[in-house]
Design a protein around this ligand. Structure first.
Ligand code: GRF
Length: 192
């Protein structure tokens, strides 16, 4: 089995990145996390990656005058790592074609809703406001339109009476941490 080289993009806490790193410690996992990259120097997830001896890199978006120049710098680093796949994990940047085109079909993301429902932010608040009985999370390919690329895998989470955005997000997050490693392995196995 060929292990695929995966870079993970984060902006903050990095709990999904941590789930991917921990799953990839199994030598039978078809994905190997070779770098963790953040657009924020203070992203808490960077510390976790360092603690697991995963190389980290920061491309600080505040140091670039345009989205395109930031994306070009990020793409240059990602290209230098000979990656097969990129996994976005709470990476809070709108991407331009400068970054999207070179990685088309090779970049995936996790989103806290059952897409195509609740694209964008505040997904748990919106689901509760609508009174849905089932919520969840999705892993999808990243395309130009936000949270709209082909869905790879989903997990459902029941909405319970009395749920708040916080309680619901915590239960969804538990599923995210199971779903993302499985979906990444599926995608890695599919690469020819
Ligand atoms: C997760 O809920 C993920 O679905 C969304 O952003 C959040 C990131 O959390 N895209 P973490 O940084 O992985 O802990």
């Amino acid at each position: 089995m060929k292990r695929r080289r995966v870079g993970v993009l984060i902006s903050g806490r990095g709990s999904n990145m941590a789930a991917l790193v921990d799953a990839a410690r199994d030598p039978a996992c078809p994905a190997e996390i070779v770098c963790v990259v953040s657009n924020r120097p203070d992203a808490a997830g960077l510390e976790f990656a360092r603690s697991r001896n995963i190389p980290t890199h920061v491309v600080d978006h505040k140091r670039y005058a345009s989205r395109e120049s930031f994306d070009a710098a990020l793409n240059a680093y990602l290209q230098s790592q000979n990656l097969d796949l990129i996994a976005c994990a709470g990476f809070m940047r709108i991407m331009t074609p400068v970054l999207l085109e070179p990685w088309a079909g090779k970049m995936i993301n996790i989103h806290p809703s059952l897409l195509p429902l609740y694209k964008g932010t505040h997904t748990h608040e919106r689901a509760l406001a609508d009174g849905v009985k089932v919520h969840g999370c999705s892993v999808h390919y990243v395309t130009a339109e936000l949270d709209s690329g082909p869905v790879i895998a989903q997990a459902e989470v029941p909405v319970l009476p009395g749920d708040t955005p916080e309680t619901l997000s915590q239960r969804v997050l538990v599923e995210e941490h199971k779903l993302y490693p499985k979906a990444l392995a599926m995608v890695a196995n599919r690469l020819t």
